[in-house]
Structure formats: C-alpha cells, structure tokens
Design a protein around this ligand. Structure first.
Ligand code: NAD
Length: 553
C-alpha cells in the first residue's frame, strides 16, 4: 500500500507486498518512478530536482509509462525518448525492461537557447542525472559525497577535524539541501543561503537545518558562537548569495570553506539574479528569457568574484558541481577556474578505483530492510573505514525521504558482493521485499562532464563521451533492468553525457545473474576508463582485482 506523504499529499510513497504489475521487475521500476515524484521538489510539474530535471515529459507521457509498466511482460522492452514512451518492443526476458535516451542533442545544436526552444515545443525534456531515470532518492543521494568532500578538506587543511570551522554555502534545493546535514555531520558550523523561504523551511522540517536565522547579523552571530564552542550546527538564511557573499567578505569575515550549490547551471529556470524577487523571476521565465539570462549571468559574476576574494583571503573554495565557474567565465571572469572542481580536487583517487555513489532502495517501503543491509555492510567490510564510519553516521543522522534508501561509496567487486548477498536475503524471505540497486550518474565510467566529473583528466580526455555510451551499451548486454543515456539540458546543454543503471534484486536466480553481470561490468568499465587515462590507482586496481583491461603493448 502506498504510504501517505506529508510533503506531497498527492504523491504517496510506494510500498507494501502487493504487485500491480506482472512481476517484481516491472513493479520495482513503477515504484521508483512514484518515488522520485514523492521526494521531488515540484512534483505537480513533474520536476524532481536541479531546476528542471523531470521524471517524464508531461502528464500524458507519465500516464502512458505507468500503464505500460503495469501491463508489460518480462520479454518486452519499453523505449523512452526524453521522458516520453515511444515503443514497446518484443525482446527477451534477459533484456532490460526499460531503456531511455534523454536530452541528447546533436553537438552544434546543444546550446541552452535551443534546448529551451525544444522544451517549449514539448519535444524534449531534461532528466537531470537521476530524475528522468527514476533513481533520485532525495537530498540523501548526494549527502555522502558532500560529507566526503568536507572530510578530505578537513584531512588536508584542518588536522582531520572540522570542529570550530565555518563553512559558507548557498542552495537548499533538491541536491544542495544535503549540504547543511553533511556539514553538521562533519562537525562544522555551516551557513546555507537560499533565496526561496520555502526551500529553507523544507530543509528545516526534515531536520537538515537546525535553525533559520532572521537576518545576516543573527546568522553570523550564531555561527560565531558555534565556532567558538566548537559546536556543529547548520544555519539557514533566506537571501541572495550574490549579494550576501560580497557583504560577508566586506565585513572582513573569512570562512574556512566556501562553496555554492545554487542552480547556477540554468540561467532561466534555476538561478535567481540579485535584486529580483521570485515573482518577477517566474514571470520572466515565461516571456523574458533573454533578459533573465543576462541578469543571472551578471549576478553570477559578482557571486564568483566574492568566492575568488575569499580564496585569496585564505578560504578553501571549490565548485560543487553547478557550472558556476563556467557561467562566470562566460560573463568575463577570466580567472573563474582558479576555483577547483570538487571531483578533481578531492575525489578523483576514489573514482579512479571506481569507488562512487552506489545506492539501494527498499521497495517494500520498510525501513527495517535498510537497517538489515546496514548490518550486512558493516559485517562485510569491517576494515573499510569510509564505509563503517559512514554507516554509523548515516544511521544516527539521516532521516529517510520516500522509499527507505541508503547510499554508500563502494567500488569494484564490493557492489556486486553486497548485491548478491542482499538478493539471497530476499530469496530467504529475510527482507520485507525486493531491493533496487542503482548509482548516481556521477560515477567512474558513467559520465563525461568536462567542467565537473572529467575536468583536467590526466590524458586530456575530458570531453570524450564514448565512455558513458559504452557503459550504457554494455549494461544492456549485461542484463540490467533499466539503462539510460542522458545529456545536459538548460545550461548543461552541450556540457555532459552520462549513463544510469538500475538492477532489481528480487531474490530469483535470474536477478543474481543480472546483478553479477551488470554491477561487475559497470565498475570494471570505471576502472578501465581511469586506467586508460593513466591513473595509478586504476592500474593498481586492474592488477589487484583482475579487471579485464586490454592494454596496448
Ligand atoms: P534546485 O533547483 O532544486 O535548487 C537550487 C536552489 O538554489 C533553489 O532552492 C533556489 O532557490 C536557490 N537559488 C537560486 N539562485 C539563488 C541565489 N542567487 N541565491 C541563493 N539561492 C539561490 O537544484 P539542486 O538539485 O539543489 O541542484 C543544485 C545544483 O547542484 C545544480 O546546478 C545541480 O546540477 C548541481 N548538482 C551537483 C551535484 C554534485 O554531485 N555535486 C549533484 C547534483 C546536482
């Protein structure tokens, strides 16, 4: 039975033992589609996160997807083109049930303005990374990544600890909303600015924000007191980051860490220029897109100038994956790329070993299934400090949103080993229902994103999108249940291509084969991508784990 959802009453959280579809595989994908809307930012408009990342093209497309998932057989494959179902093919029971291609625009045409035109005509939609692939699990999906970034900075600059340290950031949306909790879990005093009071209130309601300060003076006083007492705290503040960052700098305050996760990638549907209220922005989104783009870009220039000032004054400043430096450089900030990207600066050694944001969702809706898998994780990987530390923290701090889910950064072989044990637990009836395994698209072999994931690759292969395409084709031949290729929409048009995958552990021998093939090959390709680019960690992984990399003599 779907559970009532206090956040979006019309979008209940799926769950329960009863199937509406003809099998668990189809039911699983249906529940994941329902889940992304139940935790989405604006489900009435099918928007899940990242300004315009949608679960389906429109409501007619959504209805047809739901009907097809409910009635289709295991030997069929549903084709989805930019959020719209276009065909139901006769394939075979080992083929994926759903394959998708979302927002892939031919190179010379892949520009934000052309995307908006296609969007207006109803010909395309952007799936974000995980929205259109029905893999989004709320802000908890990026929380470990954000936490690991903060901890890498703590190790490098602050003796391994963020107690008594001040983090300044902005953006409390679908993904940015993870920052306050990640900062607090890392022990810091974190100030998060958002222009939209509703977003701040949402993050306070689920416990990610401790307090919302009434104004900047009060916010800085709360941060100052927490820093002096070395007390972890997350404070929200409603305001425009492009105005408030410079003001904080002018007061002579130098935070220890500065970043930003507003939707700066999208100058129309995401970023809010300073000096403009939300009502004006909403009306310009309809009939003043050019004016809005220019105002957003001018505002981002000020925003990034302030970030650069903080950097010069000694803050650790990084781009948190929202294209803010790229937008600023387009606006004339020649040194915007003095700010490093988080992937290259902190996480690349993990990605080079294909360690990345793996996750699983309890399709039963029962939190006890996730608790059982938490125990299993700790039993299986007792010496993996990242995992044992993370599971302890996650259990203590992260409230579930939508279907109970967990994210854990596991690598090659580890993901498969966990998933196979979970499939066996499902088979033995030790879990309340099947578990769906997935991962963020920001994963080793799965993404080409030259200003985010693949910036400054060792061999200069930043913009080569063959890897995610190979990944997707390989995952289809590896029997995954859902495979998707996404490219960028809005401000991301022309900037990225990624691949997503979902595999369902329903306890059957067929699921065992699917999980083994798909998850193993996915991370193997990740290791191969980095080995090919010459990363020592990947070459070591190839040796140690016997990854089938073909090296030219
Ligand atoms: P979202 O659209 O749900 O939220 C963006 C938030 O920014 C909104 O709450 C909005 O009110 C706020 N905002 C916009 N302009 C502002 C301004 N000038 N000052 C203050 N607040 C402002 O988006 P999201 O899902 O939270 O994603 C945010 C960004 O992070 C996107 O660019 C997204 O692509 C990127 N992202 C990065 C990662 C990563 O791995 N680092 C992962 C997912 C998303």
């Amino acid at each position: 039975m779907p559970k009532p959802n206090s956040r979006h009453p019309s979008f209940p959280i799926p769950g329960g033992p009863d199937l509406r579809a003809k099998g668990w595989r189809q039911e699983a994908l249906l529940r994941l589609l329902e889940n992304v809307l139940s935790v989405g930012e604006d489900p009435d408009n099918l928007v899940v996160y990242a300004a315009l990342g949608k679960a389906a093209r429109n409501w007619a497309a959504h209805k047809a997807i739901v009907e097809t998932l409910t009635t289709m057989h295991e030997d069929q494959t549903l084709l989805i083109q930019s959020g719209k179902p276009v065909g139901l093919m006769k394939t075979h029971a080992k083929a994926p049930l759903v394959i998708m291609a979302n927002c892939n625009i031919v190179g010379q045409w892949a520009k934000a303005e052309y995307f908006y035109e296609l969007e207006r005509k109803g010909l395309i939609c952007w799936g974000g990374l995980t929205a259109g692939a029905w893999q989004y699990i709320g802000s908890q999906g990026v929380i470990q990544g954000t936490y690991e970034i903060f901890m890498r900075i703590a190790e490098r600059r602050f003796g391994g600890d963020l107690a008594g340290r001040f983090i300044l950031t902005a953006g409390l949306g679908g993904m940015g909303g993870a920052q306050p909790l990640a900062g607090r879990m890392a022990g810091a005093a974190i100030l998060c600015i958002d222009i939209d009071p509703e977003r701040a209130a949402k993050r306070k309601a689920i416990g990610y924000l401790d307090e919302i300060a009434p104004d900047l003076d009060a916010a800085l006083a709360m941060i100052d007191a927490a820093v002096k007492e070395r007390r972890a705290i997350s404070i929200g503040l409603v305001g425009n980051a492009a105005a408030l960052y410079p003001e904080i700098y002018q007061r002579g305050i130098v935070p220890d860490i500065v970043t930003d996760q507003t939707s700066a990638h999208d100058l129309v549907y995401g970023y809010v220029p300073k000096g403009m209220d939300l009502a004006t922005v909403k009306s310009l989104r309809k009939d003043g897109q050019g004016q809005l783009m220019a105002a957003s870009r001018a505002s981002i220039v000020d925003h990034v100038h302030a970030m650069l000032d903080f950097q010069t004054a000694g803050s650790e400043v990084f781009d948190n994956g929202n294209l803010i430096r790229t937008q600023a450089r387009e606006g004339g900030v020649a040194n915007a790329f003095d700010i490093p990207i988080f992937t290259e600066a902190y996480l690349r050694p993990l990605f080079a070993r294909a360690i990345g944001p793996f996750r699983w969702m309890a399709l039963s809706g029962e939190a006890s299934d996730i608790a059982r898998i938490d125990d299993l994780l700790v039993e299986m990987f007792p010496d993996n400090k990242i995992i044992t530390n993370w599971v302890r923290l996650a259990r203590e701090n992260i409230p579930f949103e939508g279907l109970p889910a967990r994210i854990a950064w596991l690598g090659h072989g580890e993901r498969t080993a966990l998933a196979l044990k979970v499939n066996a637990l499902v088979a033995k009836g030790e879990l309340a229902g099947p578990i769906a395994f997935s991962r963020d698209h920001l994963d080793a072999g799965a993404m080409a994103h030259p200003n985010i994931m693949t910036e400054r690759m060792k061999d200069g292969s930043d913009a080569i999108a063959d890897w995610p395409l190979l990944d997707a084709m390989m995952l289809c031949s590896s029997m995954a249940d859902l495979v998707v290729v996404h490219s960028g929409g809005g401000g991301y048009a022309g900037y990225m291509t990624s691949c997503g995958v979902t595999v369902v552990a329903d306890g059957t021998a067929e699921a065992e084969e699917r999980l083994d093939n798909a998850l193993t090959n996915d991370t193997a390709l990740g290791v191969i991508r980095y080995a090919d680019a010459g990363y020592d960690e990947a070459l070591d992984e190839v040796e140690r784990k016997g990854v089938p990399h073909i090296k030219l003599g």
